[in-house]
Design a protein around this ligand. Sequence first.
Ligand code: ASP
Length: 340
Amino acid sequence: MMKTLLTIVAAAALPLCAAAQDAHSINPASITIVIHGGAGALAPGRYTAEEEAAFRAKLTQALDAGYAILEAGGSSLDAISAAIVLMEDAPMFNAGKGAVFTHEGKNELDASIMDGATRNAGAITGVTRVKNPIKLAREVMENSPHVMFAGEGADQFAKEHGLETVKRKYFYTDHRWRAYKEALAKEKNKDENKEESALPHDFKYGTVGALALDLDGNLAAGTSTGGMTLKRYGRVGDAPIIGAGTFADNNSCAVSSTGWGEYFMRLTIARDICAQVEYAGKNVTDAANDVIHNRLRNLGGDGGVIVLGPDGDYAMTFNSAGMFRGVKNASEEWVAIYGE
Ligand code: ASP
């Protein structure tokens, strides 16, 4: 780690001079990437040693890819995109390949991205053929006058803008199909009237998200997911909703959420955390603790958030048993799965 730090400080000599003229530039030691790979019923022992190692290796790879971009002076948007694409391509996460199945046995993907410098945002929901939904969300943000596209329209926009598309079966994985079949069987045994509220507790979530702070002092946030197993009727979760699943503003913080989406939408979790930072002067940890451990818990929801402030201060807060997560900055790099 010290070696990394020295490299950054050495490489930082020039940007530091530039910082004198640019009010937005930050101390290079503050560049940071924070990621999550979903929160849920992740108690120790849930995975085999090999599975755990695979999760940790993929989280580390995503952190390293994003951080390398930041270290080279790249933008926070590029850093989070690189990290999220790696996790979307990894079948172990519920985003891109490996997404969960809807009630009809399909994969419908949601994603959103936000630029903290401009508060520009892009989001897509219910796409079925775009290999990397986060790239599509970014394309919507950067090359359309709109913020959000849904379903067929989003897929059509992707095609017209040259994004890589795949056959629907690309998203299929055996483990998600098995989980889908088990969920269907479980649902049959439940009281019809209770099924909607009873289901989510049984499933590990697996959304992915990333936040970054770059050398120019710009924050960015992104989130990508397959949603929740057995979701019905074109259900839209929090992940593509700006202010619920994703938010970024250089004046307050960046947030990416994961958990029971309906609660995150009702509480506009991501925006609420940043509003507490902006209006109440809280630090990111206190703001996240209030929203997750008071407001979300009191309403009956579960899940977690990653939060990053414009000074590199970060929080990873969840009220579920665990959350796949990791951080890399000049002084630390670590990943974790359980509530340790
Ligand atoms: N929040 C996502 C949703 O409700 C699920 C997740 O985080 O895994 O769609």
